[in-house]
Structures are given as structure tokens and as C-alpha cells.
Ligand binder design. Structure first.
Ligand SMILES: Nc1ncnc2c1ncn2[C@@H]1O[C@H](COP(=O)(O)OP(=O)(O)OP(=O)(O)O)[C@@H](O)[C@H]1O
Ligand SMILES: [Mg+2]
Length: 226
């Protein structure tokens, strides 16, 4: 069963304790994602969308239940093992781009390779340059992020998310800070570089355009996926 789905949440519950009071964000969520699927996650602000994405990505841990990625139970891994697994197999794209301001475009894109010890300088430079070309930024390869437009910064973030050739790309409102046209181009690029390359893409969004492109639409409401 684990071989047929790339991402599987098995009876996952997430609660937070605040000032001694337990709050349930979602409860007993079981979902699977087929290989190469582009899924969209909708829901009101505070409904737990980012929390769910962070659980899939191993940034956060469930209160109960298990998360499987490519048949591996990441919930049962130790912190170090999970961090390495995440860096190798999961790419994240955030609304706020989160580029490192003191690094150039190329250095930002190469960084995840260095974090997993893939530092063979020549090959990593070539791979970074290829990805930067795919996102249309070869002419800006030595620029610093503050010299780039929002759409350009997000394209760098996409290249960075893909440098380790991840199985899964998780995107949290990746077009939220972009105008409609730029957002549409970023969406198209994400789709091309993920689903069309056989990777899974799970995206949190408010954009109706994204909903139209996705294979599957999920809504978080009152702690359940509907
Ligand atoms: N570390 C934490 N400790 C306590 N509560 C938290 C923590 N992180 C998130 N929450 C709460 O969990 C709920 C869900 O948060 P989450 O960020 O997943 O919402 P969201 O659906 O992504 O919202 P938005 O659309 O505004 O980004 C919120 O009520 C939030 O306050
Ligand atoms: Mg959020």
C-alpha cells in the first residue's frame, strides 16, 4: 500500500497547548496523495493549512498518528534523521520567499546541496545554473535578492526548492505576494517543474486559478478535511 501513494497521513491529529488549554487544530485526518499529484489545500485563516503542510514536510510533528513519505514513516524518525530526510526529499516554497539576503541567486540555490553535504563544487554549480535557467533567471545569477522583483525572488525560491531533486514540493501561498499575472507565471512554472516532472505538489492557496489547475482540491474545515 505504501508503494502506491507518495504521501500518506494516517489518523493524524495536531493539538497545541496554550496557557494550559489544549486546542485541537485537526483530528484524525487520513489522506493519501498519488504519485505526481498536484493537490490544493483551501481553508479559512487559522484553519490549520500551514500546520498540515509542515506536518507533511516534517517541520512539525503530529500529536497522534503517522506521516509516511514514499513509504517511510517520518513521524517515527529521530530529529536528525528527519531533518536529513526533509532536506533530501522535500522542497518548500513560502509566501515570503525566504531567500538569504547576503547570498547571490546562485548561492541561495546551491545552499540546500551544501546542507546535505553534496558539495562537489563543479556539479553543484552546473546543476544550480541549469535550474536558474529553467526559471528564466540566468541573467540575474550573481544578483542579490534585494535587487530582484517579487516574482523573480519567488522563481529563485522555486529553483532552491528543487535543487536536491525532491519527491515532494510543498508551497504555502507561493503566489500570495504577487500580482495576478506574475502569480500565474509562477504557478505555471511550479506546475511544469513538479507535476510534469513526476513530483508531488501540495499547495496552500486562495487563488481560484490554482484550484482550476490542480488534480485535487481539499478543504480544511472544523478540524476535518472535506
Ligand atoms: N506553535 C503554535 N502554538 C500554538 N498555536 C499554534 C502554533 N502554530 C499555529 N497555531 C495555531 O494553529 C491554528 C492554525 O494555524 P495555521 O498557521 O496552520 O493556519 P493557516 O490555515 O495556515 O492560516 P493562514 O491562512 O492565516 O496562514 C491557528 O489558530 C494558530 O494560532
Ligand atoms: Mg498559513
Amino acid at each position: 500500500m505504501e508503494n502506491t501513494s507518495l504521501i500518506r497521513l494516517d489518523h493524524v491529529t495536531r493539538r497545541y497547548e496554550e496557557a494550559g488549554v489544549l486546542r485541537t487544530i485537526f483530528e484524525d485526518v487520513s489522506i493519501t496523495f498519488a504519485r505526481g499529484e498536484f493537490a490544493v489545500l483551501l481553508g479559512r485563516s487559522g484553519s490549520g493549512k500551514s500546520t498540515l503542510l509542515n506536518l507533511i514536510g516534517g517541520i512539525d510533528e503530529p500529536t497522534a498518528g503517522d506521516v509516511f513519505i514514499d513509504g517511510r514513516n517520518i513521524t517515527r524518525m529521530g530529529d536528525e534523521e528527519r531533518t536529513l530526510f526533509r532536506r533530501l526529499h522535500i522542497g518548500f516554497v513560502f509566501q515570503a520567499f525566504n531567500l538569504i539576503p547576503t547570498l547571490t541567486v546562485r548561492e541561495n540555490v546551491v545552499l540546500p546541496l551544501e546542507l546535505v553535504g553534496r558539495t562537489a563544487a563543479a556539479t553543484s554549480r552546473v546543476r544550480a545554473a541549469e535550474l536558474i535557467e529553467q526559471v528564466g533567471l540566468s541573467h540575474r545569477i550573481d544578483a542579490f535578492p534585494d535587487r530582484l522583483s517579487g516574482g523573480e525572488q519567488q522563481r529563485v525560491a522555486i529553483a532552491r526548492a528543487l535543487i536536491n531533486n525532491p519527491l515532494v514540493v510543498l508551497a504555502d501561498e507561493p503566489t500570495g505576494n504577487l500580482d495576478t499575472d506574475t502569480g500565474a507565471r509562477v504557478l505555471d512554472l511550479l506546475d511544469t517543474l513538479t507535476r510534469k516532472a513526476g513530483r508531488n505538489l501540495v499547495m496552500v492557496t486562495h487563488s481560484e486559478e490554482v484550484v482550476g489547475v490542480a488534480d485535487r482540491v481539499m478543504r480544511l474545515k472544523d478540524g476535518k478535511i472535506i
